[in-house]
Design a protein around this ligand. Sequence first.
Ligand SMILES: Cc1cc2nc3c(=O)[nH]c(=O)nc-3n(C[C@H](O)[C@H](O)[C@H](O)COP(=O)(O)OP(=O)(O)OC[C@H]3O[C@@H](n4cnc5c(N)ncnc54)[C@H](O)[C@@H]3O)c2cc1C
Length: 431
Amino acid sequence: MAWDFSTDPEFQAHLDWMTEFVREEIWPMETLDLELEQIERAMAPLQERVKERGLWAAHLDPELGGQGYGQVKLGLMHEILGTSPYAPLAFGNQAPDSGNSEILALAGTPEQKDRWLHPLLAGDLKSAFSMTEPETAGSDPTLLATRAVRDGDEWVINGHKWFSSNASIADFLIVMVVTDPEARAYQRASMIIVPVDTPGVDIVRDVPTMEHPTEQYGRYGGHAEIYYRDVRVPAENLLGAEGAGFLIAQQRLGPGRIHHCMRWLGVAKRAFDMLCERSLYREAHGSVLAKKETVQNWIADSAAEMQAARLMTLHAAWKMDTQDASAARQDISLIKFYGAKVLGDVIDRALQAHGSLGYSTDLPLEAMYRFARAARFYDGPDEVHRASVARQVLRGYEPPADGIPSEHVPTRRAAAQEKFADLLELVTQND
Ligand SMILES: Cc1cc2nc3c(=O)[nH]c(=O)nc-3n(C[C@H](O)[C@H](O)[C@H](O)COP(=O)(O)OP(=O)(O)OC[C@H]3O[C@@H](n4cnc5c(N)ncnc54)[C@H](O)[C@@H]3O)c2cc1C
């Protein structure tokens, strides 16, 4: 029987190296308000070191310059990279480029790979994924309205998108569009590659958010609003088969959610460390916070919940590695809403323990808190994942045929009396 929670020593050495590297070389950068160009300059030598170590773009197969690591190994790496928003950049697996490179690797033609994927991996191009629309519910993508109509050798795209992360700094967009509104719900949409400089692509702003409340166009990690007005691209920019948009998205989202959850654990652990440190030095009402039962509960509950989320996530990753994405579907929904809750709760407790200091920008907790809030709805809101889990769980049940609950004690007792009648008779005789 194989049931193993250990990491092989060779890979653990990589993880130890990453932990030290991210903490020493990348965490300090967070305190500086860097422009994109400065970030890229600072990253270049770090990326070289990551490549030398053989950890660059590890999410991809070896023929694309990656390591072909499975999801468990990747998950363990993402736990470390999640501790800093800049860390994935140094390792060539920053969102959304990492997901987009997976899409291109999965569905791209050899020409598309040459033109878009290889430069993306080399860091010469940047990309965005453009699906969500302000006018339709992102949690129900069958409602998508952006249309692509075939006109000779071209697709003509019209629509309105927003929250296309990194679009304002991207070279090309992977746009989810309806190509056949009459098809079955999940076969209506397709993905099309659109270079940002195509006439008709109008990136109007980076939407200010809880995470970045001030509007600043062209920010790394910004979320762009885009109008597509009679945007014409060659027919060969279609990614995969016509109508395969959701299928491709689904294949990308499974691993992506595992990476998110592991990155959230990296953030949660940083908040947890701050909670523990604070509890040991802050005195109030005659003792340090660590002596207060409430704070002890926060620490214990946080430790338990992070451990649960970590094991659940790695288990989902293991299922993906040993079976496939569909086998891990329920596990992925479980971790998506549970992991987001754990992230929010741990940060909230750490922030509470720091009082005004936690609320201030003198600590990263308030920024973590704002970052964490979005986790409850991007890549599928909590409610949708909960509903999906409940649906899958309930498939294993059916209502009692006679309407009486199967654990109903009087009914079970009557059945047991009949089953053990001899035994009961014997006991009565002995009396
Ligand atoms: C930081 C961030 C980055 C993002 N990056 C990208 C990106 O790169 N590309 C992109 O295309 N999009 C991106 N998005 C958008 C994201 O994918 C959507 O916000 C998400 O899919 C939800 O869609 P919506 O905002 O339209 O909410 P809606 O679909 O309008 O849902 C609103 C709320 O309705 C409720 N709800 C919905 N369905 C149900 C249900 N079945 N049962 C009960 N309640 C329900 C939920 O509470 C949900 O939060 C990003 C968003 C954020 C915050």
